[in-house]
Write a protein of this length. Structure first.
Length: 95
């Protein structure tokens, strides 16, 4: 079945809550309007965060640095996908 142009970016994992200093490797898949897979050539993805809760690199590797709520945002060919994320304060007492 032929696929159409990219119209949806699916970011995985979806909604997550993590503790400060945790890491998550986000992945993304592209789909057309009929939810058929569309390949994403490397180098076409732009990762960012909607709030200053951590860092994310070009491969989707997220490091939680500050408590708060935000979204992981990925963009390719003008299409954007998001995943909500909450960074929780580390409540463990120091040793």
């Amino acid at each position: 079945m032929p696929t159409g142009p990219l119209s949806v970016l699916n970011v995985q994992p979806g909604s997550r809550s993590v503790y400060r200093n945790s890491t998550i490797d986000f992945k993304v898949s592209g789909m057309d309007a009929g939810y058929n897979p569309v390949p994403l050539p490397s180098g076409q993805l732009s990762w960012s965060l909607s709030a200053p809760i951590g860092t994310i690199d070009a491969n989707g590797h997220f490091v939680a640095t500050d408590p708060g709520t935000g979204q992981v945002v990925v963009t390719a060919n003008g299409v954007t996908g998001t995943a909500p994320i909450t960074v929780l304060a580390d409540t463990t007492a120091p040793v």
